[in-house]
Design a binder for this molecule. Structure first.
Ligand SMILES: Cc1cc2nc3c(=O)[nH]c(=O)nc-3n(C[C@H](O)[C@H](O)[C@H](O)COP(=O)(O)OP(=O)(O)OC[C@H]3O[C@@H](n4cnc5c(N)ncnc54)[C@H](O)[C@@H]3O)c2cc1C
Length: 350
C-alpha cells in the first residue's frame, strides 16, 4: 500500500476545505469500498478525510418525502419504517446488496459512489482507461460477461455496481452536496456520467464536493427492486431493475423504470415508461414495455444473455409491483444462476 495521510473531519465545511485544497485527497465514510481499492493497488490517495463522524446521520420527513443523511448506514436506511413503507425499492435494493456486516458500515453516500466491479479495473496488471486514462480497455476484447449493454464507449464498457443507485434513479431522488463553491442539488439520474472519453470520471461531483443528504421526493405509489446475481448472496447484479408505479384507479398514471448492471450508470428507460403511462396493467403491456426497454441494447461478445434475462426480470417486477402477481420471496431476494434455476428461466427468451 502507498503511504497516505489521514484526517478526521469535525464539520462538513472542514471536510470540504481539506479535500478541495489537496490534490489526490478523497473522503472516506464506511471505508468498505475505498479501503479495498487501496489494498488492491487501484487507488492511491494522498489524504483520506474521514467523514464518518459528521452529524449527517438523520432520517427525517422532508417536503412530503424523506431526507436521508449521507452518513446513515445502509442497514439503518433499509429498516427505517418510512422507507420500508413508502420506498420499498430502496429498502429492497439495500438488502439485496453485500452482507449484513458490510451494510452496517456502508453509508448512503458511499454506496452510490462505489466504483465499478469490472475485473479489469480491479487488476492493475490489465489495461483500463478508468483506472489509468489512456491505457486501453482490456474488457472490450476480453471476457465481458458482466459488462454494459447501453451507453458504453470505445474507451470503457464497465457497469455501475450499486443496487441502491438503481432504486434512487427510479424514484427521482435528489442529492444534496456541499462543495468548494457552496451547496447544490443534483437530480440523482444526473449524478453518474457515461464513460465517453473520460471513463475515469464516474460522477459530476467536483473534487472536494461532499454529499450531505439524499432526498426521496413525495411518492404515493408502489416501488419494487429485483436483482439477478450469480450467487444467492454476496454478489453484484448481473441485471437488476427498479420500478415505481403511480396509479389512477386501475390505470397506471406514471411509471418509472431503471435498470442496473447494464450501463455505466443506473439506466432509466424512457421508452418503456412512456409505453406504460395511461394504460391498464396487463402482462401483455409489461412484455411490450420490457421489449422497449432493451430495444437499443448493444451486447458485447459475452453478455447478450442479459437481454432476455433483463426483459423477463422487468416483466416480473412490473407484475409484482402492479399486484397482478404476488411478491415472490422476501425483499431483496436474489436467485442463483444455476442451470434450470429461476435465473435460468429469466435468461430464456419469452
Ligand atoms: C464483498 C462486498 C460485496 C458487496 N456487494 C454489494 C452488492 O451486492 N451491491 C451493492 O450495491 N454494493 C455492494 N458492495 C459495496 C458496498 O455497498 C459499498 O462498499 C458501500 O456501500 C460503500 O459505502 P462506504 O460508506 O463504505 O463507502 P467508502 O468506501 O467509505 O467510500 C466509497 C466512495 O464514496 C466516497 N464518499 C463517501 N462518502 C462520501 C460523501 N459523503 N460525499 C462524497 N463522497 C463520499 C469516497 O470518497 C469513495 O470514493 C459490496 C462490497 C463488498 C466489500
Amino acid at each position: 500500500m502507498h503511504p497516505f495521510q489521514y484526517q478526521r473531519a469535525d464539520s462538513a465545511d472542514q471536510a470540504v476545505a481539506a479535500v478541495a485544497k489537496t490534490p489526490g485527497a478523497t473522503f472516506i465514510a464506511g471505508g468498505t469500498s475505498h479501503v479495498d481499492l487501496m489494498k488492491e493497488d487501484v487507488h492511491h490517495p494522498s489524504l483520506l478525510v474521514d467523514v464518518s463522524a459528521l452529524p449527517l446521520k438523520q432520517i427525517a420527513a422532508f417536503e412530503g418525502g424523506v431526507r436521508i443523511g449521507a452518513g446513515v448506514s445502509n442497514t439503518a436506511a433499509a429498516y427505517h419504517p418510512d422507507i420500508q413503507a413508502k420506498y420499498a425499492a430502496v429498502s429492497e435494493a439495500l438488502l439485496a446488496g453485500a452482507s449484513v456486516q458490510i451494510r452496517n458500515m456502508a453509508s448512503m453516500a458511499g454506496n452510490p459512489l462505489q466504483r465499478t466491479r469490472c475485473p479489469y479495473f480491479r487488476d492493475p496488471a490489465q489495461a483500463c482507461n478508468k483506472r489509468e486514462p489512456g491505457s486501453g480497455c482490456a474488457a472490450i476484447g476480453g471476457y465481458n460477461h458482466v459488462h454494459a449493454l447501453f451507453g458504453a464507449s470505445a474507451a470503457c464498457v464497465a457497469t455501475h455496481p450499486s443496487d441502491l443507485a438503481v432504486a434512487l434513479a427510479a424514484l427521482d431522488a435528489r442529492v444534496q452536496t456541499l462543495g468548494p463553491r457552496g451547496p447544490r442539488t443534483i437530480a440523482f439520474p444526473e449524478l453518474h456520467r457515461l464513460p465517453g472519453n473520460t471513463p475515469h470520471l464516474d460522477t459530476v461531483l467536483e473534487h472536494g464536493e461532499l454529499i450531505t443528504a439524499i432526498d426521496l421526493p413525495a411518492f404515493a405509489g408502489r416501488s419494487h427492486y429485483l436483482k439477478v446475481r450469480e450467487r444467492a448472496s454476496y454478489a453484484y447484479a448481473l441485471v437488476s431493475c427498479a420500478v415505481a408505479l403511480e396509479m389512477d384507479g386501475p390505470t397506471i398514471r406514471r411509471a418509472r423504470v431503471a435498470l442496473g448492471g447494464v450501463a455505466h450508470k443506473p439506466w432509466r428507460v424512457g421508452p418503456a415508461e412512456a409505453l406504460l403511462a395511461g394504460q391498464l396493467p396487463t402482462e401483455q403491456l409489461f412484455q411490450a414495455a420490457a421489449k422497449a426497454a432493451f430495444a437499443d441494447a448493444q451486447p458485447l461478445e459475452h453478455n447478450a444473455y442479459k437481454i432476455p434475462m433483463g426483459r423477463n426480470l422487468l416483466v416480473r417486477a412490473l407484475l409484482e409491483t402492479s399486484g397482478l402477481q404476488p411478491l415472490q420471496g422476501p425483499a431483496g431476494t436474489a436467485f442463483a444462476a444455476s442451470v434450470g434455476g429461476v435465473a435460468g428461466q429469466l435468461a430464456t427468451p419469452r
